[in-house]
Design a binder for this molecule. Sequence first.
Ligand SMILES: Cc1ncc(COP(=O)(O)O)c(C=O)c1O
Length: 386
Amino acid sequence: MFAERMSRLGTETAFEVLAKARALEAQGKEIVHLEFGEPDFDTPDNIRKAAEKAIWDGQTHYGPSAGMMSVREAICEHFAADRGIQYTPDQIVLTPGGKPIIFLPILALIDHGDEVIYPNPGYPIYESAINFAGGKAVPLHYREERDFRFDIAELEEKISPKTKMLIINSPQNPTGGVLEPSDLERIAELSVANDVIVLSDEVFSKIIYEGKHHTVASLPGMKERTILMDAHSKTYAMTGWRLGYAAMPKAIAERFTKLNTNIYSHATTFVQIAGVEALKGPQDEVVKMVGIFKERRDAIVDGLNAIDGFSCLRPKGAFYVFPNITGTGLKSQELADRVLNEAGVACLSGTCFGSFGEGYLRFSYANSLDNIRKALDRIGELVSKL
Ligand SMILES: Cc1ncc(COP(=O)(O)O)c(C=O)c1O
């Protein structure tokens, strides 16, 4: 009954784990939720007020598919100040959340047989979108022994005459790894030399604990071939608002905008206006949230490392840890199931992020310190009995 293409569409397993956890809760079990990557904070007041004002000002109508002109101008100013890159509004596209910036450029650019190199373990929507578009998904291993960066020599090997796109993500989901400036320089050289388009997923650009965020788009020759994506979801605790924004070459922006027109017309008008307040208003709430995430990161990393069979790197960004659990003797999915069913802690198997995620679990620490400590105690107890 369903179209063949649906068999090529993947998903995000966090939603399935949430459903399992809810079923256990319905039976009266208490579950600590460390499966979802969403800040547990409320959206800062200034942003909520800006949205309210925009609604009362009548900003509730249709607008341009790429996003309102004043908002695209504000995004240009943001990218100039924040990333040091000058764009024009015809290079900017706004979307409902960051996700469409993965899916739609892939639909616009990837034909049957085109190869796309993507992070593995990595955010599962990349592989899903590549397969759906009919492209060939070529995994690039983000390796624990390299602090969850990839080996540039491996990237070089994977590039073929059919490589059309390279997807990179830093800070990374699920590992918290951060690419170094030297990695970005080599990526830029290889992309220019091989005429590859880079989709740079920077939705965690502000959730970084050491040093500063760097973008490949600012390197020589890269503005012309990079789709630079960011979103309000993680930075401003705005997951439910759905707002993403991206800069790219004008020709790609035109096709992307046409897809916007066909699918959802545009990002919600008053949400776009609130999004400008988020970028231009005070950033102290962001700084505060990142400080709290850092404290939680240290608590969960230290706690996991104290559990037999677990070994966990201290991530430099995002709000996930990706401990190696091979020392427990269990496969990732089996351990994730037991951690949920027997310890009452919802987390994800590393394999939810691709085949190279075997041997790992992913925990989101966007949760209170109390809950993190409770989860650690329960997992420690379960593992001691394995
Ligand atoms: C790496 C990465 N990119 C993109 C997204 C999508 O974000 P949004 O909720 O803005 O669609 C996520 C969400 O978890 C993510 O982890």
